[in-house]
Design a protein around this ligand. Sequence first.
Ligand code: NAG
Ligand code: NAG
Ligand code: NAG
Ligand code: NAG
Ligand code: NAG
Ligand code: NAG
Length: 630
Amino acid sequence: MDSCVIGWVIVYSLLERFMISVADHDVLTSLKFGNNVVPCQLGNHLRLGEASKEQVGHDQGVQVTWPGVAHLSITSSDIPTDYSVTCQDVTWMAEDCRVTVFEDCFSLDGAHWYGGGARNMLLWPIEKWDVEMEPFVSDDGYSGYSGVVERYWLNSNGLSIYVNSEVPLWVSLNSTGDQQLCLRATYDNSPYNNYDQSQVFLNYTVCQGANVKETQLFAFENFFDKPFDIPDETLFRYPIYSTWARHHQNITQDKVMAYANEIIYYNYSNAQMEIDDDWESNYGQLDFSLEKFPDPQGMVEQLGDMGFRVTVWVHPFTDIVPENDWLGGLKDPGGQLPALISWWNGVASTIDFTETESVDEWNRKLANLRQSYGISSFKFDAGETNYLPAAYRPAVPFRNPCDYATKYAEVAYLADPDVRHQEVRVGYRTQRLPIYVRLLDKTSRWNHENGLRTVIPHVLLFSIIGYPFSLPDMIGGNAYSGRFPDRELFIRWTELNVFLPGFQFSIVPWQYDEQVIEICRDMLTLHEQYADLMIELARNATQTGEPIVRPLWWLAPEDAVALEIDSEFLVGNDLLVAPVVEEGATSRDVYLPVGSWRDMNDVGVVLDGGRWYYNYSAPLDFLPYFTRLA
Ligand SMILES: *[C@@H]1O[C@H](CO)[C@@H](O)[C@H](O)[C@H]1NC(C)=O
Ligand SMILES: *[C@@H]1O[C@H](CO)[C@@H](O)[C@H](O)[C@H]1NC(C)=O
Ligand SMILES: *[C@@H]1O[C@H](CO)[C@@H](O)[C@H](O)[C@H]1NC(C)=O
Ligand SMILES: *[C@@H]1O[C@H](CO)[C@@H](O)[C@H](O)[C@H]1NC(C)=O
Ligand SMILES: *[C@@H]1O[C@H](CO)[C@@H](O)[C@H](O)[C@H]1NC(C)=O
Ligand SMILES: *[C@@H]1O[C@H](CO)[C@@H](O)[C@H](O)[C@H]1NC(C)=O
């Protein structure tokens, strides 16, 4: 790829497209898969002019050159496949430095869409969104995407789009109701680092399979790595207890011990106790504040005797204070000073995960927490691109800021590669790692704006983009801004979580009343009873990529309801869960896809699938779930 000298006048990108000959127009407005024509608009905003076109073979596609402007290649991709899925690679290359933007759009119309990344306002399927053109990178979720993004979209007609990782990608989705998914490549005003001054390019693969399921299975084989193992089995069985939503930063040794004593007293099981923000004297010091935790070693020992493993919250941020002698952070572009960032607890430096010495030093500090205090693993927080400095120079340059999350998640895995009871909240092309990936902090409310209604869509989204080990966030949400979850929300949230792969309390049932304690204990018992199934499905995911939690279309890829419903899910192929997600509801409409289903709350009853059951009764202590009969 030719280098571009910065500073040329940007002309082409600002002009409307015109002067397209009829034959080229055809190339630019459809992709053909046999008789199936996918409408699209390639080369938006380019002033293309006359082209020289070259047909390569019969099926192998076309090469079109607009001399001095751009080159477009559409070729059948040679991805080996056992599926009847066919793919085409679309590649735009600039022929001139003054071309700084490529943009191709696909119609969202006539299909349901899935994939990409989760957002604060999280509807399912995603054609219901309205997202303006923005860099396709992770963010903390409040204004952009949350911590896990993948450049992969899929629709209910069996079409998928997978974009090359090196593309400086921006995406819009039904922006101001235009009903289009647009892919734009540009370095202009973007977080992508064009460190070698490459010319802009856009390159992606479009695949068409017989249906959504077939195309999705194809993605597991060809686009994503499968996890090479599974996380710690204990985390599939028992809850993590975090100090976060309950105490936020206001934690002490006494509070942790009181919390643990309550868990024992109420006979609740546990996988581990997680000591969250704020246990250090300075953020990034990776040592206990002796003011808040006078005897950390004694505390961890005592907790161990009570049956708790203890994990602590860590993050890539280091306070800039004299006590923190070590700063293995990203440097400013000059390569000398730490490049500062602002995060939710102040201003800090952020670790350069591309620098071996920094990573080694950080690992030594994590190892010290294990050796000195008996800490057994870690909650790795943050890692999104919005917590990178505005300008920085990593030891090893990377074009896509999401690569920071890739490196961070790998380091997180290596901090506990044997037991694997850590968690991260970021991911980018890290599907291979056998660790839990947490849904970003949920808000303590019911709605689709980061509330309870978003938990199922979020887990399904993770499943589609290749992350089967979802760790739902804390039951009841994070109680931010004084919004404490009421008892009904807390109970329904617990019920929804029963058949998800991880279970995490922070606010606890005994902060409410006897009935809440009883219902939640029953729900937790039910979760434990199904842990073996979850673990089997997790192991299967390492073989096939198939997620633990699946949308209903896994069983019925052509079923209109199954393609759209966002309040039910499958665990494997034989268990269907329909939790109540509406405030005040004591019944709900349940849809059962094709097959015969046993009502697990009334096991004598077998229901026919392929239809709705209206006003199915589900009082507050009741979780509707069904198993499929052979
Ligand atoms: C697109 O956005 C509009 C509002 O901007 C919304 O009404 C519509 O449901 C969205 N989805 C589709 C597929 O049009
Ligand atoms: C991108 O282009 C290269 C050839 O330059 C091709 O091998 C690759 O499959 C294309 N597509 C993606 C999604 O990387
Ligand atoms: C922190 O906890 C202490 C003791 O429980 C309490 O008195 C104090 O108000 C809390 N502070 C905040 C900011 O919540
Ligand atoms: C916990 O279990 C023990 C033994 O089964 C029982 O005696 C006790 O009442 C239980 N405690 C609570 C709070 O349920
Ligand atoms: C796991 O995979 C095996 C082998 O393909 C299969 O027989 C089994 O049914 C799968 N388990 C579940 C729960 O789907
Ligand atoms: C379900 O319940 C609602 C409200 O109680 C009622 O209006 C509706 O007619 C019921 N639907 C069916 C199909 O029974």
